[in-house]
Design a protein around this ligand. Structure first.
Ligand SMILES: NC(=O)c1ccc[n+]([C@@H]2O[C@H](COP(=O)([O-])OP(=O)(O)OC[C@H]3O[C@@H](n4cnc5c(N)ncnc54)[C@H](OP(=O)(O)O)[C@@H]3O)[C@@H](O)[C@H]2O)c1
Length: 275
């Protein structure tokens, strides 16, 4: 793995680019002199993103988490990063808000010295049959899952250091094609097409770009609105006889973010063999 070493002498205190702007609320941070890689994890406060954050901190990354609403989950996640001996930052920022996301990346560069891995786990999953899709809901899912992913990818393409990695998120539903997942799967299909194109655009910089496509994974996004009987049926349909865990997905992301340099421009299906 290519390492980037630099000193972070003091990352506490205020920063005009973040703490004073209403879209980018910065939570807590440790004071530490460290050498490590730096990751930005959107959606890093909950679910799969939180497991990724924990895993990257354990692997020696300082981690900046981007979330949109749940401040206490973000603060808890920052504490977990610090418990691993790394620096944790949290920014309350909608990934589709381009100027705000740019400010987050600038703040992370200033505080942590650069960015080596960008993981865009933030996403939403409204479900409805195509015939009944509410177009306001459609706009929201397109804005978050497509525009948001592209805004984050833009910043990543501009700022990730040579030797780094960009990981976006798709879903196994682009293969299983279940009823009611049409709009959501369409947003994720867009990511699968974007990834190999961005990988080629970054030629010459030793930056990998991949998507991870989880199968059903035990997070709030998955459980919402599903009766236990349906959850059990979905778990039982997997060759490994269970749901995925956030840690299963974090393992794959950590591999793509660091050692797996020869996997580039791919969508990696992490689903226990479901599809
Ligand atoms: N769980 C599954 O079964 C599954 C399967 C396939 C693919 N995926 C994909 O995996 C990714 C993670 O899913 P998950 O299950 O971990 O979801 P989750 O538990 O619902 O967590 C979503 C995270 O994204 C953040 N977020 C949502 N909208 C945002 C926005 N506009 N800007 C910034 N942050 C935002 C949330 O922050 P707040 O808490 O502050 O709102 C939260 O941290 C998603 O892209 C999802 O589509 C999940």
């Amino acid at each position: 793995m290519t390492g980037h070493h630099r000193m972070v002498s003091n990352v506490s205190g205020t920063h005009p680019g973040t703490t004073t702007r209403h879209h980018n609320k910065e939570h807590t941070m440790s004071t530490a002199s460290t050498t490590s890689r730096v990751a930005v994890v959107t959606g890093g406060s909950r679910g799969i993103g939180r497991a990724i954050t924990r895993r990257l901190a354990a692997d020696g990354y300082d981690v900046a988490v981007v979330y949109t609403s749940n401040e206490s989950e973000a603060a808890t996640t920052v504490k977990e990063i610090e418990a691993a001996g790394r620096t944790g930052l949290a920014y309350k920022t909608d990934i589709a808000d381009a100027p705000a996301v740019e400010r987050v990346f600038e703040a992370v560069e200033e505080r942590l010295g650069g960015v080596d891995a960008v993981i865009n786990s933030a996403g939403i999953m409204p479900l409805a049959p195509v015939a009944g899709i509410d177009l306001d809901v459609l706009d929201h899912v397109l804005r978050t899952n497509v525009r948001g992913a592209i805004v984050v990818a833009q910043q990543a393409a501009q700022k990730v250091r040579d030797g780094g990695a960009i990981v976006l998120f798709s879903t196994t539903v682009t293969r299983t094609r279940l009823p009611t997942y049409g709009a959501y799967a369409a947003t994720k299909g867009a990511i699968e097409v974007l990834v190999p194109i961005l990988a080629k655009e970054l030629a010459g910089r030793d930056i990998t770009v991949n998507a991870v496509a989880p199968g059903p994974t035990a997070t709030e996004l998955f459980f919402e609105g599903k009766p236990q009987e349906l959850v059990d049926r979905i778990a039982g349909a997997n060759p490994l006889g269970r749901l995925g865990t956030p840690e299963d997905i974090a393992e794959v992301v950590a591999t793509l973010a660091g050692p797996a340099r020869w996997i580039n421009g791919q969508t990696v299906f992490a689903n226990g063999g479901l599809a």
